[in-house]
Ligand binder design. Structure first.
Ligand code: 9MR
Length: 347
């Protein structure tokens, strides 16, 4: 044989490394397809309306979306009885046109409540009985409005403190711990097909929070309350260790029959950005997706925004930023490419 042919034969005969895929996905939609999961992003409605490039990349890359702020109570009912659905509708309508499923965020939370509600509770003009009916109406109205259009709802958000006690919010204080079960029941009544989630941050690693959240889920299940999933927000930072036990934590919830979602993934860093930090960040993103796809019940991984042009991080953590997979110009960062290389798992 001619040397050239020998070389060719050798190349063709060489086995692919075990993890190799014929071709890595081209974008996040293809990545979602490879793994059989949804890959989502939080949506900034102002950007969705005003920025054609933001809109184009959002709709190209993602098959799932969450309104970053537009479905929160202060956004949808800024004055009592005055509903402002335009922004939330815009997210849902854009999703429909672009074959994206939607996570509803969020029905019961302690933040971004309208002032009429918090001040009414504070000055005593809204008593406990009225507060309970206000919450029921809110859930019924909002879930009912989007019936059939929201795949999954974050029904309760951040209801456990870091020390594992129930969060002292207006709901616990005035309605008692039963507000959690009530919220799930009301949401289920308004849209029986929507998947109903409990959602929290630091649940990736915080032991007291994990144990309490597990016992909330078991308690709800034992009462026959419809709860279908747990959301791990996944707000990570490279200055902290990666939560190495995360996949095991996911499995503990999956063992209760819950669907798992990573609902708000981002990986911040202390500025300035360096190539080393970007490489570490890429590794954190890669590991988060790897953890999700190693657990059969993990069906969604959503980024809390996909571009550093619109990220909550710089406004909340002084001196930190660059938490997303694309930069301000929507250029993919190493983290974006790292996600694309995660091999498919048999699960
Ligand atoms: O990203 C959201 C930011 O624009 C808001 O100002 C902030 C107000 O509380 O909420 C941010 O989103 C939060 C989410 O709703 C719940 N988990 C934590 C997120 C980051 O703070």
């Amino acid at each position: 044989m001619k040397p050239l042919l020998i070389a060719l034969a050798l190349i063709l005969a060489a086995p692919l490394p075990a993890h190799a895929h014929p071709r890595d996905p081209r974008d996040l939609r293809e990545l979602a397809q490879r793994h059989g999961i949804k890959v989502g992003s939080a949506v900034d409605v102002a950007a969705l309306r005003a920025e054609a490039d933001y809109r184009k990349v959002l709709n190209r890359e993602f098959n799932h979306v969450t309104a970053e702020n537009a479905m929160k109570w202060e956004s949808v009912e800024p004055q009592r009885g005055v509903y402002t659905w335009a922004d939330a509708d815009a997210v849902v309508e854009n999703a429909r046109r672009n074959r994206q499923q939607v996570r509803g965020h969020t029905l019961v939370w302690h933040n971004q409540l309208p002032a009429w509600l918090t001040s009414g509770v504070a000055d005593g003009s809204i008593d406990a009985a009225e507060l309970r009916s206000i919450l029921r109406d809110h859930i019924t109205t909002q879930v009912g409005r989007y019936k059939g259009k929201i795949r999954a709802w974050d029904v309760v958000n951040e209801v456990v403190e870091e020390d594992g006690t129930l969060r002292q919010n207006i709901w616990l204080t005035h309605l008692g711990p039963g507000y959690i079960a009530d919220a799930f029941r009301w949401a289920h009544r308004a849209d029986p097909r929507a998947k109903l989630f409990i959602n929290d941050y630091n649940l990736e690693w915080n032991q007291p929070k994990i144990e309490t959240t597990l016992s909330i889920v078991k308690d709800l299940q034992s009462q026959g309350v419809p709860i279908h999933g747990v959301g791990f927000q996944g707000h990570l930072g490279i200055q902290y260790d990666y939560p190495g036990d995360w996949a095991n934590v996911m499995r503990r919830f999956a063992d209760l029959g819950l669907e798992i979602a990573v609902t708000e993934l981002d990986v911040r860093m202390v500025l300035p950005v360096t190539p080393d930090k970007l490489a570490t960040q890429a590794d954190y993103y890669r590991r988060a997706l790897t953890d999700c796809v190693s657990v059969k019940a993990c069906k969604e991984l959503t980024l809390w925004g996909y571009t550093d042009r619109h990220s909550w991080v710089p406004g909340w953590f002084e001196g930190e930023g660059s938490a997303c997979v694309m930069d301000e110009n929507l250029a993919p960062k190493p983290a974006y490419h790292a996600l694309l290389t995660v091999p498919r798992q048999r699960r």
